[in-house]
Design a protein around this ligand. Structure first.
Ligand code: RFL
Ligand code: PHB
Length: 389
C-alpha cells in the first residue's frame, strides 16, 4: 500500500491532521492500535481554545461543537474561602468552548467516514521505518499478516506511549520531564454542574476542579495521592471531599448523584526535542505532556497540527520545504509557553507534600495578588484562552 502521509494514531491530532490533508487533496492513511469504540470510550479534555475550534470548522467537523458546545467567558478561582472570577472575555476579547474530547473525536471520525478517509483499526506492532531516507514506510500487522505502508511522510500522532518517539530514542532526542507527586481523581455524573462556569479551587486539603460536559452532565476532579486506588473512593467519599474543598455556599449548592465514570490520572510535564527526525514528525502527546490544570494538552495537539499541515501543504502545493523545515522550532516555541503556564497553574493551585503552612500562605498571597491585579489576571487569561499560533 502507498499513501502520501502515513499517520500513526487516531486520537484528536491524527484525526484533525488527516482531515485537513484529505480536504487539501493530500492522500493519507491512519493506523490505529485500538478499536474505534475504545478510542471513543476515553474521557479526557473538555476545554477548547478558539484556535482549535476554528481548526475543527476548517476541517468541516465544527457544526455540532458550535451547536452543542458551551462558550465560556470566564472561570472562577477559589481560595481562602473566597472567589475571584477571571473575566476571560473582558480581559482578552476571547472565550473558550467547553466541549468534550470524546465529542471532538466522534465528529472527526464521522467526517473522515463521510469523506472516504482510510483508518486501519487494530493495527498491531506499528513501526515507523527508514524515515531518514527518501522512502520511509510503516510496518504493521493485522490478523497475523505483516503489511507495509509506503509514504512520503510519517506523522507520529500516537500519544505518550506510542512507537514514534521510541523509534528516535538514542538518535539525538532530548527529553525534559517533571513528575508531580499527586494525581487527579476524576468523575463524570449526570447531575447539573454546580456553577455555569468552571471553578478551580486551591484548598489546604488539595486542589479541586468543577467542570462539565453539558448543562446536565458534570465533570469533577480532586487532587489525590499517587498510590490511591479508585476502589478506595466510593461516590459518597468523593462528594464529601470535593465539597470540603469548596467555599461553603458553593458546596451547599452542589447536586450529587451516582458517578458514571471514575479514574485517576497522574500529572506530568514532558517535552521531547526536536519534533522532527527526517521524514518523521512527532505531533501532540507523542512529543509533549502538560498537567491538565491549564487545559492545554488537546489545544497544543491542535497547534502542532496547524504547523505541520501548513508545512506539508506547502511541500505539495508550492514545492517548498520551508514550513516543514521550521516545524519543530515553531511548534516547540508554543509548546514551551504552554508548558510554563501549565506548570505555573499546577504549582499555584495544588497542595505539595513538602509545602507546609508557609507554602500554603504563599499560594494564597499569589492568588490574592492576582485577584487585585488586572495585569496579573490578564496574563492568566491570555494564556488560558490560548496564545496565538
Ligand atoms: P492521544 O489522544 O493519546 O491519541 C493517540 C492515539 O494513538 C494511538 N496509539 C497507537 N496507534 C497505533 N500503534 C500504536 N502502537 C499506538 N499507540 C498509541 C492511541 O490508541 C490513540 O488513539 O494523543 P493526541 O491525539 O496527541 O491528543 C492529545 C490529547 O488526548 C491530550 O493532550 C488531552 O487529553 C490532555 N487533556 C486535556 N487537554 C486539554 O486541552 N484540555 C483539557 O481540559 C484536558 N484535560 C487531558 C485532560 C488529559 C487527561 N488525561 C486522562 C490524560 C484531562 C485528563 C484527565
Ligand atoms: C475537563 O472538563 O475535563 C477539564 C477542564 C479544565 C481543565 C482540565 C480538565 O483544566
Amino acid at each position: 500500500m502507498r499513501t502520501q502521509v502515513a499517520i500513526i494514531g487516531s486520537g484528536p491530532s491524527g484525526l484533525l491532521l488527516g482531515q485537513l490533508l484529505t480536504d487539501a487533496g493530500i492522500d493519507n492513511v491512519i493506523l490505529e492500535r485500538a478499536t474505534q469504540d475504545y478510542v471513543l470510550g476515553r474521557i479526557r479534555a473538555g476545554v477548547l481554545e478558539e484556535g482549535m475550534a476554528g481548526m475543527l470548522d476548517e476541517a468541516g467537523a465544527g457544526a455540532r461543537m458550535r451547536r452543542e458546545g458551551l462558550p465560556h467567558d470566564g472561570f472562577d478561582l477559589t481560595f481562602s474561602a473566597r472567589h475571584h472570577r477571571i473575566d476571560l472575555f473582558g480581559l482578552t476579547g476571547k472565550h473558550v468552548i467547553v466541549y468534550g474530547q470524546t465529542e471532538v473525536t466522534r465528529d472527526l471520525m464521522d467526517r473522515r467516514a463521510q469523506t472516504g478517509g482510510v483508518t486501519v483499526y487494530e493495527a498491531a506492532n506499528v513501526q515507523p521505518r527508514d524515515f531518514d531516507g527518501a522512502q520511509p514506510y510503516v510496518t504493521y500487522e493485522q490478523d497475523g499478516i505483516e503489511h507495509r505502508l509506503y509514504c512520503d511522510f510519517i506523522a507520529g500522532c500516537d500519544g505518550y506511549h506510542g512507537p514514534s518517539r521510541k523509534a528516535v530514542e538514542g538518535r539525538g532526542l532530548e527529553t525534559f520531564e517533571r513528575v508531580y507527586p499527586f494525581g487527579w481523581l476524576g468523575i463524570v455524573a449526570d447531575v447539573p454542574p454546580v456553577s455555569h462556569e468552571l471553578i478551580y479551587s486551591n484548598h489546604p486539603r488539595g486542589f479541586a476542579l468543577c467542570s462539565m460536559r453539558s448543562n446536565t452532565r458534570s465533570r469533577y476532579y480532586v487532587q489525590c495521592a499517587l498510590d490511591e486506588k479508585v476502589e478506595e473512593w466510593p461516590d459518597e467519599r468523593f462528594w464529601d471531599e470535593i465539597r470540603r474543598r469548596l467555599p461553603t455556599e458553593t458546596a451547599e449548592k452542589m447536586t450529587t448523584g451516582p458517578s458514571i465514570e471514575k479514574s485517576i490520572a497522574p500529572l506530568r510535564s514532558f517535552v521531547a526535542e526536536p519534533m522532527r527526525f527526517g521524514r518523521l514528525f512527532l505531533v501532540g502527546d507523542a512529543a509533549h505532556i502538560v498537567p491538565p490544570t491549564g487545559a492545554k494538552g488537546l489545544n497544543l495537539a491542535a497547534s502542532d497540527v496547524r504547523y505541520l499541515f501548513d508545512g506539508v501543504r506547502e511541500h505539495y502545493a508550492e514545492k517548498s520545504d520551508a514550513g516543514i523545515d521550521v516545524y519543530s522550532q515553531r511548534a516547540l516555541r508554543r509548546v514551551w509557553k504552554a508548558e510554563r503556564f501549565s506548570w505555573w497553574m499546577t504549582n499555584t493551585m495544588h497542595c505539595f507534600p513538602e509545602q507546609g503552612a508557609f507554602g500554603q500562605r504563599i499560594q494564597e498571597a499569589e492568588l490574592d495578588y492576582l485577584a487585585g491585579s488586572v495585569a496579573a489576571s490578564t496574563s492568566l487569561a491570555e494564556n488560558y484562552v490560548g496564545l496565538p499560533y
